[in-house]
Structures are given as structure tokens and as C-alpha cells.
Design a protein around this ligand. Structure first.
Ligand code: CTP
Ligand code: MG
Length: 235
């Protein structure tokens, strides 16, 4: 009888080096608190809670690397945590977290620190779909608004059929070599890692995201995030 194929470890990279300009003045967004705990700590805990995740690598704001390290020393996380300095753009932060990833990692998830409330089921579903053989996997949700395209003069050019649209969340999951190739070869401006992989002509697979995985972007999102945390605590 043949042995099941041996496989490597799963690393979750967390770009967390953004300023949070749309949230308004204050500390870097990942360090701002939701219900008394920094957003980044919520996000790292959510990733580490998945039995699929072995290692978390955070790309922190350059001036806050030590502060982030001290926030993330918690033996109860259930995954190894490393902190590196992030870059000038999200994709540069991801690229920096990719450097120095241990050899035995074969699956990489990329998760925004700004999505602190991702349910563990979503993390596990994304990683599992990569383990099952999809080179790139993203969690998506239906779009609720009707989306129009518009020109520079404010004229509506058309309505995009909504049934075929999905909003993309994170974590996005990749075969390690595919993500590294995308970062090495693609330099056009894309706002997510899956977009880079699409540019390589590789098919990206969708799984169900979750409404609580929304990105904390503007002040109202903080109100919503704290309500979700309160609802979870009351259960
Ligand atoms: N990010 C990063 N490095 C950057 C810019 C962004 O690691 N140079 C990260 C953010 O910390 C965040 C994720 O990418 O976790 C998604 O970015 P976004 O929501 O745009 O966060 P910010 O860039 O911090 O917010 P803003 O654009 O409002 O300044
Ligand atoms: Mg940004």
C-alpha cells in the first residue's frame, strides 16, 4: 500500500503595514483597537484558530515592528508567529513576508489585517481547497448593490449584470510556487494577490466567504466590527 503523499506546512501572511488613511487620523490601522484589542491581534487569532494554519507571518508598519512582536507573543495562539517589516504598498508587504518563508511551507494564505473577524471556517475552507489541488482560491460573497460603469462626465455607460459579480475577501490561498511566481513576474497594479495569479493565466477557484469577513476601512466599519464582537461574546 502506498503512503499518503507527504505535504508541507501552511503559512498565513498578514499584510498589516497600511496607515489606515480612510479611517482618519490615529495609529496605523492594524494597531487600532476593536473592543479593547488591536485589530491585528483579532486577525492573527482568527488565522491561528484554524487547524490548517501552522505559521503566521505579519508584515508590520516599519516603525512598529517591535511593538507588533510584543503584541503577538502569546503561547495560546496555536500557531508560530513571525513579524517582518512591511513595505510601501500592500503587494510589497506581501512580498516581504514571502522572503524567508521556511522551505517546508507549501501553501500560503494571504490575509488582510483589516479583516479581523474572518470566521475560522472560511480560513479552513480556503486552505483545504488549495490542499485539494486548486493552485489559487479566494473567498467571495454576492454583491448587494447594482453596479454601473460610468464615464468621466458622470454619464452611466451601463449596468453590469449582478448575478455574475462577486466581491472578493481574504484569506486568499495559493500553492506557494504559484504565489512566488506571481510576485516575481507580475508588476501591473492589481489590488489583490489573486489578480496577479490571474495575470499568469492560472485559474482561480472561489469558495464561500462570509459577511463578517468585511474589511474595516471607514469609521462606520469600526462600529459594525465592535457590534459583531459583542454579539459573539454574548453567545
Ligand atoms: N497594507 C500593507 N502595506 C501597505 C498598505 C496596506 O500591509 N503599504 C495592508 C493593510 O495594513 C491592510 C491591507 O493591506 O491590512 C488592506 O489594505 P487597506 O484596507 O487599504 O488598509 P490601509 O492601506 O491601512 O488603509 P487606507 O488605504 O485607508 O490607508
Ligand atoms: Mg490602503
Amino acid at each position: 500500500m502506498s503512503e499518503p503523499p507527504a505535504h508541507g506546512r501552511v503559512a498565513a501572511l498578514v499584510p498589516a503595514a497600511g496607515r489606515g488613511e480612510r479611517l482618519g487620523p490615529g495609529a496605523p490601522k492594524a494597531l487600532r483597537e476593536l473592543a479593547g484589542t488591536p485589530m491585528l491581534v483579532h486577525a492573527v487569532k482568527a488565522l491561528a484558530a484554524s487547524p490548517m494554519v501552522d505559521l503566521v507571518v505579519v508584515a508590520a508598519p516599519v516603525q512598529s515592528v517591535e511593538e507588533v512582536r510584543s503584541l503577538l507573543i502569546d503561547p495560546e495562539f496555536g500557531a508560530e508567529v513571525a513579524v517582518v517589516a512591511g513595505g510601501e504598498s500592500r503587494s510589497e508587504s506581501v512580498a516581504r513576508a514571502l522572503i524567508g518563508l521556511p522551505e517546508d511551507v507549501d501553501i500560503v494564505l494571504v490575509h488582510d489585517a483589516a479583516r479581523p473577524l474572518v470566521p475560522v471556517e472560511v480560513v479552513t475552507a480556503v486552505a483545504s481547497a488549495v490542499r485539494e489541488g486548486h493552485p489559487a482560491v479566494i473567498p467571495v460573497v454576492p454583491v448587494v448593490d447594482t453596479i454601473k460603469s460610468i464615464d468621466d462626465d458622470g454619464r452611466i455607460l451601463g449596468t453590469v449584470p449582478r448575478a455574475k459579480l462577486r466581491a472578493t475577501q481574504t484569506p486568499q490561498g495559493f500553492d506557494r510556487d504559484v504565489l512566488q511566481r506571481a510576485h516575481a513576474e507580475v508588476d501591473e497594479a492589481v489590488t489583490d494577490d489573486a489578480g496577479m495569479v490571474e495575470s499568469l493565466g492560472i485559474t482561480v477557484h472561489a469558495v464561500d466567504g462570509h459577511e463578517e469577513s468585511f474589511k474595516v476601512t471607514r469609521p462606520l466599519d469600526v462600529v459594525l466590527a465592535e457590534s459583531v464582537i459583542a454579539k459573539r461574546r454574548s453567545r
